[in-house]
Design a protein around this ligand. Structure first.
Ligand SMILES: [Zn+2]
Ligand SMILES: [Zn+2]
Length: 86
């Protein structure tokens, strides 16, 4: 009984989309990973295949990025998960 993507139950991850920095969700069965904002998605892959982890800036040398929960986040203001420059 395959459910349609839209009917999947989503789990919020502590990662953000590499394209738009929106929050990345994964389906409860782990088969799908998608961005809550721009709807980019990958199938049967790890969250880190879609999030900003491991991405590098094209300019300024190799700087690995990493998703990180903002320890100073205030609910309602700004992003809970930010991208850290490794
Ligand atoms: Zn996105
Ligand atoms: Zn990440």
């Amino acid at each position: 009984m395959a459910k349609k993507d839209e009917e999947a139950l989503w789990v919020i991850t502590d990662h953000v989309c590499r394209f738009c920095f929106g929050r990345v969700l994964r389906s409860q069965d782990g088969a799908l990973v998608r961005c809550a904002d721009c709807s980019a998605q990958v199938k049967n892959k790890k969250v880190t295949e879609l999030c900003a982890c491991g991405q590098e800036y094209k300019t300024g040398g190799p700087v690995a990025l990493k998703c990180k929960k903002n320890p100073e986040h205030i609910v309602g203001i700004g992003q809970e998960v930010m991208v850290e420059h490794g």
